[in-house]
Design a protein around this ligand. Structure first.
Ligand code: F6R
Length: 638
């Protein structure tokens, strides 16, 4: 794209924003900037001062810096670091403290001097916090100020822990965490109630003093707040928007995080666009929403008054455009997610043959399948397809301790009643381990195994509601999950090998999967990466040439109308079946998916989303359904 076309498209952006196809590419760019500065300073015998963030966002950047240290000799001997924040009340060796995080993710793998690394003191006594924060600011000044500051962004718009209400003058201080921020941290702390309520954070003013700022963001969950920070007014309700005041700040983000920027979302509003079929579909569906009209009721005036006059000129009339998009949208609807046998399939999302199909549903954790496509699984099974649901990870990290304790008591009592010593002994061992690890300690392998088995039981019971037999379920227990913790997972060849084995055994005709566009360190995104790597290994297999891929969005959100390629309506009864299936996941009652969306009761979220999609179809003037599950076609070979 030419410079002038790009600046036309980005005219609403108040912060330089670079969009990358993947987080790794963005990290390579930022790592280049950091390494160049460190090398220059090292050659001049001078220090480099870095401001660092924690959370999942910078993990890949740190991995790249570690790689450069280990493989390319990048030396951190003269580097001085200041972290943005620390939970108040946590000691540096607490598993969830930011000091611990930095040691694990970066400091322990490079040649930085321990005395050169600074993280706010989470244990400063309440009466000393003010002085301790002041000293932190002073230490930054004494080091010569921050050369490069790395930031992530929270869904509240926070940078560091500067929650809404923080002004551009704010300095390092003790703050109260927003409830959304605490909910986002709930998985790490195994429950929202364990997440600290306060933190010490550099202020927005402290951040703005850095000479260069890079903000990184990945995944669709960050998209709304990013657009507000970049294109919205400077406001205390989105503290990141104050980065607009900085003269040398760059946002480096992936495509999913950029998806709400005007240049991605409504490019036709800011400049000329190429009206290919995808752009036409997106814009006409947007117009119908904007004007609150059914597709076939859009008029020439609607088009001209909403910045789409050039499309109208190109296509002649609203009438033609409306009909085209109406038809495309109607053709997404099917009651036959596996294809309708012996029917004309020229306008159906799935092929009629072969019939029956081998349908493979990939579920990163044991709830994703029923939550996102419980209705479709039920239908596929009822329509005679050969369905396999593969649970890619055991999901054991999401089982709360009280549920594990209940299971241990059951094993113990059963053992005692049938006088089985081995069983009783094992129950006692588990109980002892549970007591010893305390509220936030890591589970032992035995406890993880038990928790994994609890989730298997729930998955079986849920699948039974959907009329699947236990033999139709596979539990892959991918190793990356078994050896890791949230935000710190790392996949390798063993994960890919397990996936290849499954694919080659099933040889599916269609695969339902998820994870595209999500936080790259989340389980769904990692499972998706594992799938893509496995597909590369299967590239010569005949089945792959004949396999269609259907993406579901994930438990917290749904595809936008223009992204939907297959919409499967559910009757009120089918929705009930699905909800009953969801209810079998007893241990997940108080867990996310509401972590990624606010909802009074996360168990209702699936039906809320399915009903909302059905309403959209209705509002567009298509048929009226109770609920709809929807999917986007994906071409792994493209
Ligand atoms: C962490 C920090 C926070 C995070 C933000 C995003 O030191 O300052 O502002 O950057 O909460 O967290 P993740 O990266 O986990 O999405």
């Amino acid at each position: 794209m030419s410079e002038s076309a790009l600046s036309e498209l980005t005219q609403r952006e108040q912060i330089a924003t670079r969009i990358y196809p993947s987080a790794d590419e963005a990290c390579a760019y930022v790592a280049d900037a950091i390494s160049q500065l460190i090398q220059q300073r090292n050659e001049a015998g001078k220090p480099t001062v870095l401001g660092l963030a924690t959370g999942s966002t910078p993990v890949r950047l740190y991995r790249e810096l570690i790689r450069r240290h280990q493989e390319e000799g990048l030396s951190f001997e003269r580097v001085i670091t200041f972290n943005l924040d620390e939970y108040y009340g946590l000691s540096g060796d607490h598993p969830e403290s930011y000091r611990r995080f930095m040691q694990d993710q970066l400091f322990d793998h490079i040649d930085i001097k321990p005395e050169n690394t600074h993280v706010p003191d989470g244990l400063a006594p309440r009466t000393d916090v003010f002085a301790s924060c002041h000293q932190y600011e002073q230490a930054i000044l004494d080091a010569g100020g921050i050369d490069i500051q790395i930031l992530g962004i929270g869904r509240t718009g926070h940078i560091g822990f500067n929650e809404p209400g923080s002004g551009p003058e704010s300095r390092t201080r003790l703050v109260t965490l927003d409830s959304l921020t605490r909910r986002d941290a709930a998985r790490d702390f195994l429950g929202e109630e364990n997440v600290p309520r306060h933190a010490i954070t550099m202020g927005v003013g402290t951040i703005l003093d850095a000479r260069k700022v890079f903000l990184l963001a990945w995944g669709e969950s960050k998209a709304p707040v990013l657009a507000e920070s970049v294109e919205g007014p400077q406001t205390e309700s989105i503290p990141a928007s104050f980065l607009q005041l900085h003269k040398n700040c760059t946002f480096c983000i992936d495509k999913a995080a950029a998806s709400r920027l005007t240049r991605e979302r409504h490019p036709w509003l800011v400049g000329p666009v190429e009206w290919d079929s995808a752009m036409i579909r997106k814009s006409v569906l947007w117009l119908a929403r904007k004007t609150d009209k059914a597709l076939l009721k859009l008029t020439d005036e609607d088009y001209t008054e909403n910045g789409m006059a050039d499309l109208l000129t190109e296509k002649g009339s609203a009438y033609n455009l409306n009909i085209d998009i109406f038809n495309v949208t109607q053709h997404t609807i099917t009651g036959w997610p596996g294809g309708k046998p012996n029917a004309d399939d020229s306008n159906r999302p799935e092929r009629a043959s072969p019939f029956p199909k081998r349908s493979l549903v990939l579920s990163p954790e044991p709830t994703d399948d029923v939550f996102c496509l419980g209705g479709v699984i039920h239908r596929l099974a009822n329509q005679g397809h050969d369905v396999t649901v593969a649970y890619m990870t055991s999901g054991n990290l999401a089982v709360p301790d009280p549920d594990a304790r209940r299971a241990i008591e059951l094993i113990n009592e059963m053992g005692e009643s049938i006088q089985d010593d081995t069983e009783v002994k094992h129950a006692r061992l588990l109980e002892q381990q549970l007591n010893e690890k305390g509220l936030l300690g890591e589970d032992t392998p035995e406890l993880r195994q038990l928790k994994g088995l609890i989730r298997r039981g729930e998955a079986r019971s849920s699948a039974r509601q959907l009329e699947l037999a236990p033999e139709q379920l596979r539990f892959l227990d991918l190793p990356f999950y078994e050896n890791g913790r949230y935000r710190r997972f790392k996949t390798d060849e063993a994960d890919v090998a397990a996936m290849v084995k499954l694919l080659e055994e099933i040889q599916p005709h269609q695969i339902f999967t998820t994870g595209l566009g999500q936080d790259p360190l989340s389980s769904p995104a990692l499972c998706f990466d594992v799938l893509l790597s496995a597909l590369k290994k299967c590239k010569d297999s005949a089945w792959l040439k004949d396999c269609l891929f259907w993406l579901y969005r994930g438990p917290g959100a749904e595809w936008e109308m223009h992204e939907i390629d297959m919409a499967v309506p559910l009757s009120p009864d089918e929705l009930e079946f699905k909800i009953k299936g969801i209810y079998q996941h007893q241990t997940q009652r108080s867990q996310s998916p509401s972590a990624s969306r606010q909802s009074e009761n996360s168990w209702n979220l699936a039906s809320e989303l399915n009903r909302t999609t059905a309403n959209y179809y209705d509002q567009l003037g298509l048929s009226e359904y109770e609920a709809i599950e929807c999917f986007k076609r994906f071409e792994p070979h493209a």
